[in-house]
Design a protein around this ligand. Structure first.
Ligand code: NAI
Length: 326
């Protein structure tokens, strides 16, 4: 058996974590031969609820769960962490403007970035799920100057999986028949779900579905799926978000399949003309625990326009918290 790895999860008593922690502990994320120590962070008022979650984790008797730590102090929860899944965030309250939301989260993610910088493994892989995820990842990254900036990522895998499901439904295929889907940009309603490179059972997806469906149905459905779930369920997507977080870390750690890629929001290196440094969702392949942005894709005018809109939103979010960025 391998040595255990340390997986820190914030917002550990919340809805997403209620699904996520059990999947990590059962080996869905890092493999059925990889023991894990869960290091769970919550705010002080949620510590009792978190103790209840830990009782349930114990009661599953997971063979791979080698230990559990709970804390309301980031320096304890992130100590020697190999992976950090930053799920906890401040939700938008009544009357709260977007700017207030950005600032409230900037406060949380700057503290957590500093704590990761101080105590996490030097190779820690960070996934930010809590919204606004891309900009929260940027804030954590900028507060962790001693860690590799490339190791700060945000989750657009749920959007990617939603896009696969919509295209599979329309074409009568299985999601596993689809290759090379892309989500570009921000995890928000400006994201651009792009099927121009995708194939279904080897045939170009764009040739299999009406253009009108793609533009007026598929794109807005994927962009607004989160809101549709809140409307239907009365709560935001939780199990599907957890599942996508598992997919994101699993593929980053263990690699993407040959002939396919996934969408991850990662620090832009200027690829496709996207401003360097923004945490922007690109198609990436992963190998040996590292990712690379897929290069050389042709971008037509329709795509370019949408990629720029979502880039612009990320610039505005960054500028909105500029005074909090070191
Ligand atoms: P939730 O409200 O059920 O749980 C969040 C938990 O975070 C709460 O238990 C809260 O006490 C905790 N928390 C708040 N501040 C904290 C801090 N400073 N340190 C540690 N814990 C803290 O929310 P849920 O449903 O689990 O969602 C979590 C976040 O994920 C939200 O921001 C949501 O918008 C986002 N989300 C992102 C998705 C994505 O695709 N990127 C998809 C779905 C949700």
């Amino acid at each position: 058996m391998k040595n255990p790895v340390r997986v820190a999860v914030t917002g550990a008593a919340g809805q997403i974590s209620y699904s996520l922690l059990f999947r990590i502990a059962s080996g869905d994320m890092l493999g059925k031969d990889q023991p894990v120590i869960l290091q769970l962070l919550e705010i002080t008022p949620a510590m009792d609820a978190l103790r209840g979650v830990v009782m349930e984790l114990e009661d599953c008797a997971f063979p791979l769960l080698a230990g559990t730590v709970i804390s309301d102090k980031p320096e304890e929860a992130f100590a020697d962490a190999d992976y950090a899944l930053l799920v906890g965030a401040r939700p938008r309250g009544p009357g709260m403007e977007r700017k207030d939301l950005l600032e409230a989260n900037a406060a949380i993610f700057s503290v957590q970035g500093k704590a990761l910088n101080a105590v996490a493994s030097r190779q820690v892989k960070v996934l930010v799920v809590g919204n606004p995820a891309n900009t929260n990842a940027l804030i954590a990254q900028r507060n962790a100057p001693d860690l590799d900036p490339r190791n700060f990522t945000a989750m657009t895998r749920l959007d990617h999986n939603r896009a696969l499901a919509q295209l599979a439904g329309k074409t009568g295929a299985a999601t596993t028949d689809i290759r090379q889907m892309i989500i570009w940009g921000n995890h928000s309603a400006t994201q651009y779900p792009d099927i121009s490179q995708a194939s279904v059972k080897g045939d170009a997806a764009a040739g299999l579905v009406p253009r009108e469906w793609y533009e007026t149905d598929f794109i807005p459905t994927v962009q607004q799926r989160g809101a549709a779930i809140i409307k239907a369920r009365g709560a935001s997507s939780a199990a599907s978000a957890a599942s996508s977080a598992i997919d994101h870390i699993r593929d980053w750690a263990l690699g993407t399949p040959d002939g396919d890629w996934v969408s991850m929001a990662v620090p832009s290196d200027g690829s496709y003309g996207i401003e360097e440094g923004l945490i922007y969702s690109f198609p990436v392949t992963c190998k040996n625990g590292d990712y690379s942005i897929v290069q050389g894709l042709e971008i037509d005018a329709f795509s370019r326009q949408r990629m720029t809109v979502t880039e612009q939103e990320l610039r505005e979010e960054r500028d909105g918290v500029a005074h909090l960025l070191p």
